[in-house]
Structures are given as structure tokens and as C-alpha cells.
Design a protein around this ligand. Structure first.
Ligand code: ADP
Length: 391
């Protein structure tokens, strides 16, 4: 009995058929460049891979083709093979602190929340609408990126903005990547065999965020109203003085849409170096590129600044965990960050840090004052398990 997990983006759909018990990804697939001439659909089942190149008109056509590939390549989705469809949605606003069974009212709420996540929710909604139409006989469950952070105390969630305006426009810290922070912090508690931990989780992928988790409850996170705030990301600024917006509008003559694109798609590592992939930035730095070196310093410095802040707000720290593409794979980044924390007695074993592995692992030395771990995230599995909890 499996769960079909769907992550629908503005021009892509990623899907995985997950066994929620074993955690196995039974089949995976990708629909890319929807609406463009050079679309691509790739479906993988065991060692069978099928690729279809050519225009994919819209999300409906993409998902319909993918469902057809389940029948052609396997495994078949008919005859009750799937127990639920789990949908990832970035923004659940103040309405959802856990997964929800999708009905017309929940779907309408997700639509209502589009202004709070204009780059994400409309794309998720397209996936939900076509998946409900194509797979009408299974329950559909939505898992929100913001849900884990509904527990933030006011002191962390409230911006020091005029109260009436903040309330009218629902401006507050919602966070994002919550499914990953929830899953990873839970794994850390299992691995260390303790629930009463003060943890910092660093989710460093293309998007990047950090959270503070106390005894399983999120108390701080770096993403804010939208996923733009916080750490330096592949293409996003992260924290920046909001007055840069006024300055670039007044003096640079830039429109709000141009600034949105600049901050979300043309900044971060890409803005600093021309590349958003950390591997490329590292090889540029190794070849002596000064801009790439500065970018790596800005990236690590920002992380360390957050670790210090969160350790202080929690009144102590038991574990720091790295996850996602950069966090799981970039040993140099981990060594750089932890090296900067050495004055606080945080130490890792360099050999363990350099070893490549797909397994969760502890990197810290026995005498380190804080445990340091790598825990591969698995948002699809977390979504599948949350979906199962409702059906
Ligand atoms: P997304 O946020 O898109 O889900 P991932 O979590 O898959 O992203 O992370 C993707 C990023 O991980 C890539 O952009 C790349 O910079 C980084 N990455 C992957 N492997 C490595 C590696 N070996 N060293 C450094 N960075 C890596």
C-alpha cells in the first residue's frame, strides 16, 4: 500500500510513489518545463526508465501522461494500489498546523492563501486540481511547509510592524521547509535517544533555512512571510535591509515585480558569482575566483550568525544538524561553519566529516559540547507518513 506524493511547481511536477512503512521510493518521476517547447517527462521504476521529450501543454497534460507511464512502465496505480495522494503546499497561513484532507473548502483556502505565496501556492493548486480530477477515488491530503512553524511563540513570529497593518494583511513569520525541519529534528531525537533537546537544524538546499527546535517544538525559523528571508540561498538574498527595496525603486527606477525577480531569482550565490549551484561556486573559489570566495564567506557567516542567535534565544544548544543538498554533501561548508564555532567548544571529527555517506551520522567528537550531525532529509517520506495519518 503506497502513497503518491506530488510536489507541483510553477513549471514542473515532481512525484514519488512511497511505501510509508519501509520508506522506499517505489517509483519516481519528473515533469519539467511545462508550457515550453522543450518539455520533458521522466518516469523511473526500479531499473526501468522512460523519457518523453516534447512540449507539455499544462499541468493536466503532464500529470495525465505521468499516470499513463505508471500503467505502461509500472507499477500500476489501479486496483487500490495507492492509499492516498499527498500534496506539498508551501503556505498554509494561520489555518493549518498539520496535514489536512483535501475537500473543496480546503482547496479554496489554499487558493485564498495565494497572495501570501504568489510563487508557490498557485502552482501547487494546479497540481491538486488535476490530481483530484485524475485520481478521484483516493483521498488527497495536503501537507503544508508552514505547519511545523505554527508553534512559534509570538516573540519569534511577530514582526515589529504597525499592528493594524500586520493584522489586516496577515503579515507574520510563517516559515517554510517545515516538513523537512520536523522530519530531521525527529530523527535527531531518535539518534541521540533524547526528546528534551535544544536543536538547530540547517536545511541547506537551493532554498535554505534554519530552525530552532526545543523538545520537538519549533521555536524559531529563518524564513518569514515568504521563503525569501534568512540564509543566503542559491538565487535568493535571504536577510537584507528592507530599505534596499525603497532605494532601488527610487534611485534605480526598478518596479516591484523587477525587485521580486531580482531578490528571488537573481541574488544569493547566483547574484554574487553567476552560479547558483554550490559545487560550481566551490570550484570557482578553488580556481582562485575572489567573488566566489567572498560568496562562500558570506554564506557561512550568515549561518554562524543564526546559530549564535538561536543558541542564545534557546538558552543553550545540544545539537546542530546539517541536511539537504549542500548540508548533506558539502563537507567543506560543514568544516567551515563548525570551525567558526570552535571557541564555543563545538568540534567535529574531520575524517567522519569528509566521509561520503547517504546515512544519518554523528560528526562531533566525544568531547564536543554540542552534537553535530548529518541527517538526510526525506520530505516525500514525511509527506507520505503524514498523509497516512489521516486516511
Ligand atoms: P532543492 O532545494 O532544490 O530541493 P537540494 O536540497 O537538492 O535542492 O539541494 C540542491 C543543491 O545542493 C545544489 O544546488 C547544489 O548546490 C548542492 N549540492 C549537491 N551536491 C553537492 C556537493 N557534493 N557539494 C556541494 N553542494 C552540493
Amino acid at each position: 500500500m503506497s502513497v503518491l506524493v506530488i510536489n507541483s511547481g510553477s513549471s514542473s511536477i515532481k512525484y514519488q510513489l512511497v511505501d510509508p512503512d519501509t520508506g522506499e521510493a517505489v517509483a519516481t518521476g519528473l515533469v519539467e518545463r511545462i508550457g515550453e517547447e522543450n518539455g520533458l517527462i521522466r518516469h523511473t521504476y526500479g531499473d526501468r526508465v522512460r523519457e518523453i521529450e516534447g512540449p507539455v501543454a499544462d499541468h493536466g497534460v503532464g500529470l495525465e501522461t505521468a499516470i499513463g507511464l505508471f500503467e505502461e512502465i509500472g507499477p500500476s496505480l489501479t486496483d487500490g494500489a495507492i492509499r492516498a495522494v499527498g500534496h506539498r503546499v508551501v503556505q498554509g497561513g494561520k489555518y493549518f498546523d498539520g496535514p489536512a484532507l483535501i475537500d473543496d473548502a480546503v482547496q479554496a483556502k489554499i487558493e485564498e492563501l495565494c497572495p501570501l505565496a504568489p510563487l508557490h501556492n498557485p502552482a501547487h493548486l494546479k497540481g491538486i486540481v488535476v490530481a483530484r480530477r485524475l485520481l478521484p477515488d483516493v483521498p488527497h491530503v495536503v501537507v503544508f511547509d508552514t505547519a511545523f512553524f505554527q508553534s512559534l511563540p509570538d516573540e519569534a513570529a511577530v514582526y515589529a510592524l504597525d499592528r493594524d497593518i500586520a493584522e489586516r494583511y496577515e503579515v507574520r513569520r510563517y516559515g517554510a521547509h517545515g516538513t523537512s525541519h520536523h522530519y530531521v529534528s525527529g530523527r535527531v531525537a531518535d539518534i541521540l535517544g533524547r526528546d528534551d533537546l535544544r536543536q538547530i537544524v540547517l536545511h541547506l538546499g537551493n532554498g535554505a533555512s534554519v530552525s530552532a527546535v526545543e523538545s520537538g517544538r519549533a521555536v524559531e525559523t529563518s524564513m518569514g512571510l515568504t521563503p525569501l528571508e534568512g540564509l543566503v540561498m542559491g538565487t535568493r538574498t535571504g536577510d537584507i535591509d528592507p530599505a534596499v527595496v525603497f532605494h532601488l525603486a527610487r534611485v534605480g527606477g526598478m518596479s516591484i515585480d523587477e525587485l521580486d525577480t531580482l531578490f528571488n531569482r537573481g541574488s544569493g550565490l547566483k547574484g554574487l558569482t553567476g552560479e547558483n549551484d554550490m559545487r560550481l561556486v566551490r570550484s570557482m573559489a578553488a580556481a582562485g575566483d575572489e567573488r566566489a570566495r567572498t560568496a562562500l564567506d558570506v554564506y557561512a557567516h550568515r549561518i554562524v550568525k543564526y546559530i549564535g542567535a538561536y543558541a542564545a534565544t534557546m538558552g543553550g544548544l545540544d545539537a546542530i544538524t546539517f541536511t539537504a543538498g549542500v548540508g548533506e554533501n558539502d563537507a567543506d561548508l560543514r568544516a567551515d561553519v563548525i570551525g567558526r564555532l570552535e571557541p564555543f567548544g563545538v568540534k567535529i571529527n574531520q575524517e567522519l566529516n569528509a566521509a561520503r555517506s547517504k546515512e544519518p551520522r554523528i560528526l562531533s567528537t566525544a568531547d564536543s559540547r554540542v552534537a553535530v550531525l548529518v541527517v538526510p532529509t526525506n520530505e516525500e517520506l514525511a509527506i507520505a507518513r503524514q498523509a497516512m495519518s489521516l486516511v
